[in-house]
Design a protein around this ligand. Structure first.
Ligand SMILES: C[S@@+](CC[C@H](N)C(=O)[O-])C[C@H]1O[C@@H](n2cnc3c(N)ncnc32)[C@H](O)[C@@H]1O
Length: 245
């Protein structure tokens, strides 16, 4: 993947603020409670572990969590927070693991940060290979929200307060299912830019990609509290297991 989109020091330094704004910090415990059920209290591997938002509360529940991330800055945040979780630098689109885990998980839309279809499939294949026979792969993805684009462009204001204005500018590239965005953060006299490219995926395509690597859908929920996935859902939590022969 392009190094342009690796989370750098700048983004890592505001990651906690951004996850709080998105409500993702507040739901970390619910996420960990959900995941604990699938790890049987034993071993888990997080793909794109970041600052340990989920890995830390999951390990506090007694699960031995390990993780992969391609950002030194994010790995440093994790290490500063917790030195018991083993995490290493690697690309989730291209990894192999000798160890087998009860649970492999990839949350917060991280799979879509792999912005080519082949990379997403490669990631799922490696994840499947890292599972114990009875293990589970859990993926959290947003339902693609493509409303509001005009001439393939969309701009939205994500936060305004006395000190900060966050504006997101996006361009849609439908042939690649890519959204190229830049988050612009104005504060005081400074403007910071955080570019990102994602490849959005509908749940049915995710199922097809998973089937392609020998997995099958076991459960699908609309949130971490196991609410129903409906046509109003903004995201899904999908649980895959090895396909029965
Ligand atoms: C949206 S953040 C999620 C972090 C964490 N999983 C959480 O839920 O808070 C995405 C994370 O994936 C990492 N990441 C993105 N692309 C990656 C890749 N190709 N290989 C490994 N890590 C990647 C980023 O550095 C970042 O830490």
């Amino acid at each position: 993947m392009s190094s342009d989109f690796i989370y750098g020091q700048d983004l890592a330094s505001v990651y906690e603020k951004l996850t709080r704004m998105a409500g993702k910090a507040a739901e970390a415990d619910d996420t960990a409670a959900f995941l604990e059920r699938y790890s049987s209290g034993r071993s888990a591997l997080e793909l794109g572990i970041g600052n340990g938002r989920v890995a830390v509360p999951l390990s506090e529940r007694g699960v031995k969590v390990e993780g992969i991330d391609n950002s030194d800055s994010m790995l440093k945040l994790l290490a500063n927070r917790n030195n018991r979780i083993k995490a290493w630098k690697g690309d989730i689109a291209d990894f192999s693991s000798e160890q087998r885990y009860d649970l492999v998980y990839c949350v917060y839309g991280t799979l879509t940060l792999l912005f080519r279809r082949e990379e997403q499939i490669a990631c799922l294949r490696s994840a499947a290979g890292a599972l114990h026979e009875q293990g589970a792969l859990v993926i959290e993805l947003r339902v693609p929200a493509l409303d509001g684009f005009v001439s393939r462009q969309r701009t939205s204001t994500t936060l305004v307060d006395h000190e900060n204005t966050f504006i997101k500018a996006e361009v849609h590239e439908p042939l690649q299912q890519n959204l190229m965005s830049t988050l612009l953060w104005f504060s005081g006299t400074s403007v910071r830019r955080y570019p990102q490219r994602i490849r959005y995926v509908y749940h049915q395509e995710l199922d097809t990609m998973a089937e392609h690597v020998g997995l099958e859908l076991a459960e699908r929920w609309g949130d971490w509290a196991r609410g129903a996935f409906t046509d109003m859902s903004k995201r899904h939590v999908s649980v895959y297991r090895r396909a029965s022969l």
